[in-house]
Ligand binder design. Structure first.
Ligand code: SF4
Length: 667
């Protein structure tokens, strides 16, 4: 198929499937939307903004499930395999979205489509088959009721291993509100319950294989830019230590325990006495297989970092357990639930993946129920006899099975997530939730990591580290660079607030870019290989060698697509995407009062560790919000977007829409 689209890098078409009407349409990609929102997360938000009924029930046929791969997906360059999934979230009721590193995005593009837009509901369980021009909604009755690993295996046996598969497990079918979509067996589009949306459409899986090609706007320049990008990553001091590759994301678990930001027993404590037992080092030594290029390592497409793990338990109670153990699963099922048994933690992570549940929301919900039991708010009888106390690994595993199956009182309570469980328990249980905008908080304590914490408060999908992910606040070696960028000597001091508004603003803008083009945030928020940080590191003597290489996404995108971008344009594009998501959330009722943290973090002091006594001060949060809204051009009183901001960002259609709805802020 000849690609006649104006911009390079794109497949140039959208694939629209209306399951209720049994319609499959291939429509041209939008030039204007690509120029303004790039792709992936940006285009998903635009499609939802334009087409989603504001009052849509997230689990009704009218919700829209979008999967989009950005303009550099499938092209050479470090980390070019990520894609975005979005819909209205059944868990939070606001904008739901999740980014995943896998190969399906590339297969979708090679088949000729940048975006897959799914509406309606199929009459019976089905899966979506995509092979170049051939697109079908096929019967999946034989797959319904099966979990992710089996579903993926059966489809690959039927269709061929070259097909890439995204699948849901039993949890989504049963209506667990934080059910996810699993790609290529092990990669999760984890957050905000998008698997439940897919199940509500009677779609069990998506399988794709493409044989087409992609072209870039300026091949010679493109090779120069991505070669520089590869070198920037390879020369990054953090990358050169090899720790992230060797140990995976869980490399930070021991660091968090020492630095005092690792939540233990549902954030009641900040030091875990069994941290070593559930550490990345322990996982490597006991379970990593030797069958992958880096022992136990896996990678998303075209990634030199290989931060994903693979291991197997070969004997004992949990024999046969396999897969990876990311930091959020290790931290969630380990310290957050008070469990120091690595085999149980690994098994819990595999069950979460296979049933298809977000490990963060699941482990947080179990930890919350454990606290409710410990406080006497609920009894063993309320949980069908399961003794769900902190540290009880067997009870945690049993809870996972029951939640995935929505079995009995425990299953019902756990399947709803923390906020709804607290409401169901009543008696004031809400005072102990650790959610923001209905989404459960990760394994990083916002009272200590205040940049992360402020990021949770303003993130467009609720409590979330990945909208901002300002790792720089934890790395004192970067202090001078961070000071120059974010304007405060406190930038790399934990439990302080200086520079956090600018820090979150900058990181959010860049993350919106990487999520939209299909790159990994670790390129700018772990390795800081992104312009201008390597240049600033050289200025402060933090890099050896004369030549400085950096990832210049603005040049990369321009060379790939032909969309002209300066660095300032790039930041403005990130700003536009964040503002579009805010506009969507504004329509869902989000205002300033929702950009906050739960009471536990504002009022309950950290119990132990180096930051014992710390809270996230309410007055500091309010001051940061004022500064952040000023940077964004949002109204300080209401959190609504100002008309001048939408004009500055060339978002005329959004401006007109919000004006009509009476949702614009005055100047
Ligand atoms: S760094 Fe890890 S998450 Fe990012 S693209 Fe590479 S393997 Fe995937």
């Amino acid at each position: 198929m000849a690609n006649k689209f104006k911009y390079g890098g794109y497949a140039g078409q959208r694939l629209r499937i209306d399951l209720t009407k049994s319609q499959i349409k291939k429509v041209p990609q939008s030039e204007e939307d690509c120029a303004l929102y790039l792709g992936g997360r940006g285009l998903d938000a635009k499609i939802l903004y334009d087409e989603l009924p504001v009052d849509v029930d997230p689990l009704s046929p009218d919700n829209i499930l979008c999967l989009s791969a950005g303009p550099i997906v499938g092209l050479l360059g470090p980390t070019t395999g990520r894609m975005n999934v979005a819909a209205r979230s059944p868990l939070t009721g606001i904008y739901g979205n999740s980014n995943v590193g896998a190969y399906l995005g590339a297969e979708l593009k090679m088949s000729g489509y940048d975006d897959l837009i799914i509406k309606g509901r199929a009459e019976k369980p089905s899966y979506i088959y995509i092979c170049d021009d051939e697109v079908k909604v096929r019967d999946a009755s034989h797959l319904w009721g099966k979990n992710v690993i089996e579903t993926t295996r059966i489809l690959q046996e039927d269709l061929g291993e070259e097909f890439r598969v995204a699948a849901i497990g039993q949890a989504a079918e049963n209506g667990v509100l934080f059910a996810n979509i699993m790609f290529d067996y092990w990669e999760a589009a984890g957050r905000t319950g998008l698997g439940a949306v897919m199940a509500s459409k009677n779609i069990k899986a998506i399988a794709a294989k493409g044989s087409g090609g992609l072209t870039v706007h300026d091949p010679k320049r493109y090779m120069e830019v991505v070669t520089d990008a590869w070198r920037a990553v390879e020369e990054d001091p953090g990358f050169q230590t090899g720790e992230h590759s060797a140990l995976g994301t869980s490399v930070v678990l021991m660091l968090g325990n020492v630095q005092g930001w690792l939540p233990v027993r549902n954030f009641l404590e900040n030091y875990f006495e069994y941290a070593e037992n559930v550490s990345a080092e322990e996982f490597r030594d006991r379970f990593s297989t030797k069958k992958t290029p880096i022992p136990g390592g896996r990678a998303c497409m075209s990634c030199p970092n290989r931060c994903k793990r693979y291991g197997v338990i070969e004997s004992g109670k949990y024999v046969g357990t396999k897969g990876g153990l990311e930091f959020e699963a290790a931290g969630g099922f380990g310290p957050k639930c008070g469990v120091g048994d690595l085999e149980a933690v690994f098994h819990a992570a595999m069950l979460a993946n296979d049933y298809g549940m977000d490990a963060i929301s699941l482990s947080s919900t179990i930890a919350f129920l454990m606290e409710m039991v410990e406080r006497g708010m609920i009894s063993k009888d309320d949980l069908d006899g399961v003794d769900l106390r902190f540290g009880n690994a067997e009870a945690m595993i049993e809870a996972i099975h029951r939640i995935a199956r929505v079995q009995g009182k425990l299953g019902q309570l756990g399947s709803m997530g923390v906020d709804r469980a607290a409401k169901a328990i009543g008696k004031g249980a809400e005072r102990w939730v650790t959610t923001v905008k209905g989404l459960e908080t990760i394994s990083t304590d916002p009272r200590v990591s205040t940049g992360f914490g402020f990021g949770y408060a303003v993130a467009s999908r609720g409590s979330d580290h990945l909208r901002a992910h300002p790792v720089i606040e934890m790395v004192t070696a970067y202090r001078k660079v961070a000071e120059e960028l974010f304007g405060s000597p406190e930038v790399c001091t934990l439990a302080k607030y200086g520079g956090r508004a600018k820090m979150v603003y900058w990181h959010e803008n860049i993350a919106a870019i990487t999520d939209s083009i299909g790159s990994c945030r670790f390129m700018h928020a772990s390795y800081y290989a992104l312009y201008p940080i390597p240049e600033l590191m050289a200025k402060y003597g933090l890099r050896r060698g004369k030549e400085v290489h950096s990832i210049k996404y603005h040049e990369w995108i321009s060379a790939a697509t032909g969309i002209p971008l300066t660095y300032e344009d790039l930041v403005a594009t990130g700003e536009r995407i964040v503002t579009l998501e805010r506009a969507l959330n504004t329509r869902f009722g989000i205002r300033r009062q929702h950009d906050t943290l739960p009471r536990r973090f504002l009022e309950e002091p950290v119990a132990n560790g180096p930051y014992k006594g710390a809270v996230f001060k309410k007055e500091a949060l309010e001051a940061l919000l004022d500064e952040y809204y000023d940077l964004r051009g949002w109204d300080k009183a209401t959190g609504l977007i100002k008309e001048s901001t939408l004009k500055r960002l060339s978002m005329r259609d959004v401006l007109e829409d919000l004006k009509q709805r009476g949702l614009l802020a005055g100047e």
